[in-house]
Design a protein around this ligand. Structure first.
Ligand code: MSP
Length: 543
C-alpha cells in the first residue's frame, strides 16, 4: 500500500468516504446509516489525532435522473439542484461532519472523469465496440444474456427479461459503446484480495467478492449514446460516461484528481489512496471489483479498505423476523420519526451501537426505546445527573478539592478505566461500534455501582470522612469526564454538554484522546452545573 505521508511530520491523513447517494430518492434510514457510520469513524479518527478528510455527496447523472426530471417538468440540473437541500438538512440535523460534499454535476467531476478517460485510452485499457445486452435502469447495471436467462428461469417468467438483482423488467441495449478491459484484471484483483485481505471487510463480503472474480470477468461497457445526461467522452462526444464509472471517480475528484494545479497535486499525493470507503453490501462489486481495476488501469494505488455494511431490516414484532424495508410494505421508517422519538443523539447511539454493521440488522421502535432507556437514560444520563447533583450539594456547587495522592490512590473506577482506551480504540477502528460502546458502558455501570457501594450521602454526614467523600466524588467525576470523551463519536453534543457542566469545555474537540483519557485530570474546585436531564426517560419499554 502507498505511504500515508503526514503533512506536518506528525498527523497521518485519514480519508474516509460514504457512497454518493442517488439524487432521485430522498435520504432515508439506509443512506443515513452509511453516513453516520462514516461520521463516527471520522470523529473517532480526529480524536486520535488523524488529519481527517471525510467526504460524502450525490450521484446525479444517468437515465433515471433524466427521466425523473422530465416527470417533474424540470431540466436534469434543476431537478438535481432541487434535491440537494433534503440531504444537506438531514446531514446537518444528524451532526454529520463531512469536510466536503461532492456532486457529480460539478465541473471538477467532469474534468476528473475526462482526465481518467484520457489516461485509460493512453494506457490501452479501453476500446470501442458495440454492446448488445440487457440493462436495468433502476439498478444502473448491465447483464448478459446468460444472467438474464437464469433469472427468468428462477422467476418462471420465460421471455420476460427481468433483472437478476431486483426483478424489474430490463431494457434491451444495442448500441455502440466504449469498453473497459475489466477481463484483464482477474489475476491482479485476486492477488490484491490475497495479499491485502483488509481490502474488503468483513470476511464474508471478501469471500463473496473472491468467488465472483474467480468466476471470470468480462469487459465492461462504460459509455452510452442513447441519452445525454452524463459526462461526455473527451474524444468521442456522442458518448456519455456510464453512471457507475462516473460515480466511482468522485473519490478521486474530491482530492484533486483531474486538476493540474500544484495545490491539487499536493492534496492528491497526501490524500490518496483513501483509508476507508464505507459502502452497503448491495454495491460491493462496483467498489471491490470495478473500482480497484479502474485504479490499477490508471496506474493509481487502490484504497486501503472497503468496509461493507449490511442492510437495515425492520423487525416484525409478531414473528421477530427482519423484513426488508420498503414503501410498498408500509414498514419503511423515516429518519424524522426516529429523531422525534429519540432525539438526534439517541438516534445516532441506537443505530451505531445496536446494529452490528457487518451483518443485516433488524430495527424496531420498541428496541430503540429499550436501548435509549437502558443505556442513555438509566445508566449514562442518570450517572451524570446523580454525580453532578452530589458534587454541587456537598462541595458548594463545585468539584471537590482532592486530597494529596488521589490520582494514584487505589479505586475501583480507576481500575475500570485502566486499559479502556486501548480496547475501545481497537473496536472503533474495526467498526465494532457496539463493542466499543459496551466497553464505555462498563465504566458507566461501575460508576453507578460505586455510588451504591460508597453511599456518598452517608459519608457527607460524617466530617471525619470528608476526604473519603471527596475521593468518591472525584472518582465519579473523572469517570464521567473520560466517558464523555469516548462517547463523543456517538453522541457529540451530549459529550460537549457534559464537559461544559464540569468546567472542562477546554477539552471539547480534543485531538489527543490518549491524553484526554489519562486518569487524574479532573479540575478541582471549579463550578459544576447540574442542568436538565440529558436523556429524559421514554415511556414504558416495549410499549
Ligand atoms: N449512487 C450509488 C452509490 C455510488 S458510490 C460511487 C448508490 N446510491 S444509493 O443512494 O442507492 O445508496 C447508497 C447507500 O445506501 C448504499 O451504501 C446502500 O447500501 C445504502 N442503503 C440503502 N438502503 C439500505 C438499507 N435498507 N440499509 C442499510 N443501508 C442501505 O448506491
Amino acid at each position: 500500500m502507498a505511504e500515508n505521508t503526514p503533512d506536518d511530520g506528525k498527523r497521518p491523513s485519514y480519508y474516509v468516504t460514504t457512497p454518493i447517494y442517488y439524487v432521485n430518492a430522498a435520504p432515508h434510514l439506509g443512506t443515513a446509516y452509511s453516513t453516520i457510520l462514516a461520521d463516527v469513524q471520522a470523529r473517532f479518527r480526529r480524536a486520535m489525532g488523524y488529519d481527517v478528510m471525510f467526504l460524502t455527496g450525490l450521484d446525479e447523472h444517468g437515465e433515471k435522473v433524466a427521466a425523473s426530471a422530465a416527470e417533474h417538468d424540470m431540466t436534469p440540473q434543476q431537478w438535481c439542484d432541487s434535491q440537494v437541500p433534503a440531504f444537506d438538512d438531514l446531514w446537518k440535523t444528524l451532526e454529520i461532519t463531512n469536510d466536503d460534499f461532492i456532486r457529480t454535476t460539478e465541473p471538477r467531476q467532469t474534468a476528473s472523469v475526462q482526465h481518467l478517460w484520457e489516461v485509460l485510452k493512453e494506457r490501452g485499457y479501453i476500446y470501442k465496440g458495440s454492446y448488445d445486452g440487457w440493462y436495468c435502469v433502476p439498478e444502473e447495471t448491465y447483464f448478459t444474456e446468460t444472467q438474464v436467462a437464469h433469472s427468468d428461469e428462477a422467476n418462471h417468467t420465460e421471455g420476460a427479461h427481468l433483472c437478476p438483482d431486483c426483478g424489474r423488467p430490463l431494457e434491451r441495449v444495442q448500441e455502440e459503446s466504449w469498453f473497459f478491459k475489466l477481463s484483464e484484471f482477474q489475476k491482479p484483483l485476486l492477488d490484491l484480495y490475497r495479499d491485502h485481505p483488509e481490502f474488503v471487510e468483513p470476511e464474508i463480503r471478501r469471500n463473496e467478492v473472491v468467488s465472483f472474480v474467480e468466476g471470470g470477468l468480462k469487459d465492461l461497457s462504460i459509455s452510452r449514446t442513447s441519452f445525454d445526461w452524463g459526462i461526455p467522452l473527451p474524444f468521442d462526444e456522442r458518448h456519455v460516461t456510464y453512471v457507475w464509472f462516473d460515480a466511482l471517480i468522485n473519490y478521486l475528484t474530491a482530492v484533486g484528481y483531474g486538476d493540474d494545479s500544484p495545490e491539487a497535486a499536493a492534496t492528491l499525493a497526501r490524500r490518496w489512496p483513501a483509508q476507508t470507503h464505507i459502502v452497503g453490501k448491495d454495491i460491493i462489486r462496483f467498489h471491490c471489483v470495478i473500482w480497484p481495476a479502474m485504479l490499477m488501469a490508471a496506474g493509481l494505488p487502490v484504497p486501503e479498505r472497503v468496509f461493507v455494511h449490511g442492510f437495515l431490516m425492520v423487525r416484525n414484532e409478531e414473528t421477530g423476523a427482519g423484513e426488508k424495508m420498503s414503501k410498498s410494505r408500509g414498514n419503511a421508517i423515516a429518519p424524522a420519526e426516529v429523531i422525534d422519538m429519540l432525539g438526534v443523539e439517541g438516534y445516532r447511539y441506537y443505530f451505531m451501537t445496536d446494529v452490528e454493521p457487518g451483518t443485516d440488522g433488524a430495527v424496531s421502535f420498541s428496541r430503540m426505546e429499550q436501548v435509549y432507556n437502558t443505556d442513555l437514560a438509566n445508566s449514562w444520563g442518570n450517572l451524570v445527573s446523580r454525580t453532578l447533583n452530589m458534587s454541587a450539594k456537598f462541595f458548594e456547587g463545585k468539584t471537590p478539592v482532592l486530597p494529596e495522592g488521589w490520582t494514584t490512590a487505589a479505586s475501583p473506577l480507576r481500575d475500570a478505566a485502566d486499559g479502556l482506551l486501548d480496547r475501545y480504540a481497537a473496536d472503533m477502528a474495526d467498526f465494532a461500534y457496539g463493542k466499543a460502546a459496551e466497553e464505555v458502558m462498563a465504566l458507566v455501570h461501575a460508576a453507578n455501582h460505586h455510588i451504591e457501594d460508597t453511599e456518598p450521602w452517608a459519608l457527607a454526614k460524617d466530617p471525619v470522612r470528608a476526604d473519603e467523600l471527596a475521593c468518591v466524588i472525584g472518582d465519579l467525576l473523572e469517570s464521567i469526564r473520560i466517558c464523555a470523551h469516548l462517547l463523543e463519536p456517538f453522541t457529540p453534543e451530549t459529550s460537549a454538554e457534559v464537559l461544559r457542566r464540569i468546567s472542562c469545555e477546554g477539552e471539547i474537540g480534543s485531538t489527543d484522546l490518549a491524553t484526554a483519557c489519562e486518569w487524574g485530570a479532573i479540575p478541582q474546585d471549579v463550578p459544576v452545573t447540574k442542568g436538565d436531564a440529558l436523556f429524559p426517560r421514554l415511556g414504558t419499554p416495549g410499549k
